[in-house]
Write a protein that binds this ligand. Structure first.
Ligand SMILES: Cc1cc2nc3c(=O)[nH]c(=O)nc-3n(C[C@H](O)[C@H](O)[C@H](O)COP(=O)(O)OP(=O)(O)OC[C@H]3O[C@@H](n4cnc5c(N)ncnc54)[C@H](O)[C@@H]3O)c2cc1C
Length: 377
């Protein structure tokens, strides 16, 4: 039988799954991606900071980025690394992350303040006890291009992109049978995949599944400075503020503390956060940034897994033909190739064949066993 696969959401994750499925010679079905906004105006994949790192604290996230980097190199990767900065308090954690990263083949170096200043003379190391610099496989790329690459290749391989909004799922016992769209049409299916990004919980609810994924606003600020910073990596400051070069200028942002991070805030980037929080931190870390000009800003949603900040990937234990690829909490773009390949293996071969993503399965949420990823930005 040729299975009919319906993917809800055609962002980077949904399109990566569509691409990998239809390039697997053992897959003989058809794939329909249902996307309510083909312009991707609010999709996270179009609004991200488009960066990739190997510096995670869990082996599964490292392995997913190792696979992802080959993909993004294909579209052009500014391979300038990530530089995590730690104060005295953060040194122990940085060292234990370093040990895990080295064990898993990450090319990363720990630098003391003097070594940091020598490599990056523009950096102030006040309050910095140690830096962790990725030497390979980290940097930034065109995230929208990655989405479009998956999408155009999927289309060329026969995937149908259907412009419509899924508003309901018909369920019969332990199986989903069809999706219903806003125009009242019904699309029958053998397999359904939730790739609805920040809106995944509402698709989860249509499947009677309580998915701990929420839309959490993250703002990105674009600024210029009266000069450039030689060999500037993506820097994550001790304050939590990150910045990196972007074209002629830079971008920067910060994740708010949990208590001021409600769900579903409007997608507007308030200037006050830049003026009051980000700029002071930037100026303290890089003296040149005392004289920056804010040029632009945007906001997008992290599809934030409030349970443990990691992806939820794989089939639902009781709804046997429903798969989830949600909750990547700020690292979904770089992990989209690994997710696309992994979900394909599950559907086509019934098990993971390359990288085992079992650690990210839905079961851990039901068992209340979080994966602790320390390096969430
Ligand atoms: C500011 C910011 C910075 C980020 N930086 C990085 C980074 O540096 N590196 C990184 O790897 N990741 C980063 N991310 C995270 C990354 O963007 C996401 O993890 C990733 O894009 C998620 O892809 P997705 O396809 O799941 O979601 P999306 O791209 O949001 O796609 C989901 C799609 O589903 C559609 N949809 C939803 N519900 C329905 C429905 N009912 N019917 C039909 N269609 C529906 C939506 O229209 C949308 O197009 C960042 C995110 C933000 C917001």
């Amino acid at each position: 039988m040729a299975p009919a696969v319906v993917i809800v959401g055609g962002g980077a994750i949904g399109s990566a799954i569509a691409y990998f499925l239809t390039r697997d010679p053992a897959f003989h079905g058809n794939v329909t991606v249902i996307e309510r906004d083909p312009t991707y105006r609010m999709a996270s994949s179009a609004l991200s900071a488009s960066s990739i790192r190997q510096q995670f604290s869990t082996p599964i996230n490292i392995a997913m980025s190792q696979f992802g980097v080959d993909f993004v190199r294909e579209i052009g990767l500014a391979e300038q690394g990530y530089l995590f900065l730690a104060s005295d308090r953060g040194v122990g954690r940085m060292q234990s992350n370093h040990a895990i990263q080295c064990e898993h083949g990450v090319d990363v170096a720990l630098l003391d303040p003097a070594a940091l200043r020598e490599r990056f003379p523009w950096l102030s190391t006040d309050g910095v006890a140690m830096g962790s610099l990725g030497l390979r496989g980290e940097g930034w790329f065109d995230g929208y291009l990655l989405l479009q690459l998956f999408r155009s290749r999927a289309l060329a391989q026969g995937v149908v992109y259907h412009h419509g909004e899924v508003t309901g799922v018909e369920i019969d016992g332990s199986r989903a049978r069809a999706v219903r769209l806003a125009d009242d049409s019904v699309i029958p299916l053998d397999v359904v995949i939730n790739a609805a990004g920040p809106w995944a919980a509402s698709v989860g609810a249509m499947l009677n599944v309580d998915l701990p994924v929420r839309a959490r606003r993250r703002c990105v600020y674009v600024f210029t400075a009266p000069g450039s910073l030689a060999r500037c990596p993506l820097v994550i400051d001790t304050s939590g503020v990150y910045f990196r070069p972007d074209g002629e200028g830079f971008i920067a942002g910060i994740s708010p503390p949990e208590e001021s991070d409600p769900d579903d805030l409007p997608l507007e980037a308030g200037r006050a956060t830049f003026e009051e929080i980000i700029w002071p931190a930037l100026a303290q870390r890089v003296p040149l940034f005392e004289r920056v000009k804010l040029r632009n800003s945007w906001a997008g949603y992290y599809e934030y897994n409030v349970f443990d900040h990691n992806g939820i990937v794989g089939a639902h234990p009781t709804l046997t033909n429903a798969y989830f690829a949600n909750g990547f909490s700020g690292h979904g773009l770089q992990h989209s190739p690994a997710v696309g390949r992994g979900i394909t293996e599950l559907i086509v071969h019934g098990a993971y064949r390359t990288l085992d993503l079992t650690a990210l399965s839905f079961e851990r949420v039901l068992r209340r066993e979080p994966i602790v990823e320390i390096n969430v930005i």
